[in-house]
Design a binder for this molecule. Sequence first.
Ligand code: 5GP
Ligand code: ZN
Length: 111
Amino acid sequence: MSCLFCKIIAGEIPAEIKFQDEQVIAFADINPQAPVHFLIVPKLHVENAAELAAQSPAALSAVFAAADQLAKAEGLTGYRTVFNTGADAGQSVFHAHLHLLGGRGLAWPPG
Ligand code: 5GP
Ligand code: ZN
C-alpha cells in the first residue's frame, strides 16, 4: 500500500486527527494555508472527488457533513471547501480529500 492517506487511515503514519467515523477521517494539513486547514478524507480509497461521487455518494455526503461539523466546532463564521482534481489543479495526493480552510479572510478569486 503506497497511498499516504491510506497509511494515515491505517494509523501507520501519525496525524493530528480531528474527527473520525466509519466513513471519514479528518486531520490537520501538515502545511496549513489558513489558521484552520483540515483535510476531510473518505476511508474508501478513490483517486478524486468525481470517483468518490461515482462510487459512494454516501461517503461524499459524509465528507461534506464532517466539514461543516468541524467548521462549526472551530467557530468559523465562513469557510472554504476545495477538492483539487488532477496535477494541473494542484492535486498532489491521489486519494480524494476535501480541504477545509478558514480562520482568516479568504479572497475571491481564490487566495
Ligand atoms: P492536494 O495538493 O493533493 O490537494 O492536497 C494534499 C495536501 O496534503 C496538501 O495540502 C499537503 O500539505 C497535505 N499533506 C501532504 N503530506 C501530508 C502528511 O504527511 N500529513 C498531513 N497531515 N498532510 C499532508
Ligand atoms: Zn488511499
